[in-house]
Design a protein around this ligand. Structure first.
Ligand code: NAP
Length: 295
């Protein structure tokens, strides 16, 4: 594999994804705002870059994986950002989850500098990132998408070009709506089952085999039973994503009443100081609503 990849943002998702790119044979130069995480990539066979410019210099593919729209804007457009250093012709893949309208705007600015932009948010969580089996919803030009298929294959399993720039982020917003709704209802079901003294491990086992079964139930059910909410996907990030989907739905004239309710529950959990918990920690607020959190 001859491609050199710059990877910016080595957090919960970015670091294991970058490691998988190293394992696939790419030369990976990682930059992280907090340098220790780039050292972790170097220990896994990648290279630690001290600046974005150093990571991006001569790279064929530039990847960003940072939290929110303003972070991607900073990393791309800042004085020492990607557009200041990238070579024309490089592909820019943004794996971050951000606002679709911002993704579309940034793609235009990247194109003006000769880059090939792809918005490519992911789903599958930290386990999917570690195992290289993420679902990746991509917006951009088909020729640009096809040219970097080996990069996507190294980090994902279900990889679909869903439309032009911004479309990947629109699909991801729908993904976050579905996931939050599932988590909210799973939390309500667990509180309900516990109120009846049902043996909850058995209950979740049988629910998982029927129409109520889901990846959310498989991955988050036990965390709720154990009250074990280490992230994973932080509620603060899901709060950001509920803001994205509620604003985008309003802009499109689409009503999402269930989504709006879950968005308020997520907001409440964050305001109570629990934004650092895994999103399964939405359970804490659902439990409070019934006064069941007092032991
Ligand atoms: P994370 O663990 O918080 O990592 C974010 C990384 O971005 C950190 O390395 C952080 O650097 C860096 N960063 C933050 N702000 C920055 C800025 N302004 N400039 C430069 N670097 C910055 O987040 P994550 O869980 O990996 O999530 C990353 C993205 O993936 C988010 O958009 C999230 O919604 C999405 N996502 C996450 C999951 C999941 O399960 N975690 C699943 C699917 C999608 P520092 O180390 O210095 O803080």
């Amino acid at each position: 594999m001859s491609k050199t990849i710059a990877f910016i943002g080595l957090g919960i998702m970015g670091l294991p994804m970058a490691k998988n790119l190293v394992s696939a044979g790419f030369t990976v130069r990682g930059f992280n705002r907090t340098p220790a995480k780039a050292e972790a990539l170097a220990e896994a066979g990648g290279q630690a870059a001290a600046t974005i410019a150093e990571a991006v210099d001569g790279a064929d593919v530039i990847i960003t994986m940072v939290p929110d729209s303003p972070d991607v804007e900073n990393v791309l457009l800042g004085d020492e950002g990607i557009l200041a250093s990238a070579a024309a012709g490089a592909t820019w893949i943004d794996f971050s989850t951000i606002r679709p309208d911002v993704a579309t705007d940034l793609a235009e600015q990247a194109k003006e500098k000769g880059l090939k932009p792809l918005d490519a948010p992911v789903s599958g969580g930290e386990p999917g990132a570690i195992d290289g089996v993420l679902s990746i919803m991509v917006g951009g030009e088909k020729s640009d998408f096809d040219a970097v298929s080996e990069v996507f294959d190294a980090v994902g399993k279900t990889i679909v070009l869903v439309g032009p720039s911004g479309a990947g982020q629109t699909v991801k917003a729908a993904n976050q709506l579905i996931v939050a709704g599932n988590i909210g209802l799973l939390a309500e079901a667990v509180v309900f089952l516990e109120a009846y003294g049902v043996e909850t491990t058995s209950a979740l086992q049988v629910l998982g085999g029927g129409l109520a079964g889901s990846k959310v139930l498989d991955q988050k059910g036990q965390k709720m039973l154990d009250r074990s909410f280490d992230p994973g996907f932080r509620l603060q990030l899901h709060h950001k994503d509920m803001g994205i989907v509620t604003a985008a739905a309003r802009e499109a004239g689409v009503a999402i009443p269930l989504g709006s309710t879950v968005a308020q529950l997520v907001a409440s959990t964050v305001q109570q100081g629990n934004g650092g918990l895994d999103h399964s920690g939405l359970f804490t607020v659902v439990e409070q609503l019934s006064g069941k959190d007092r032991g």
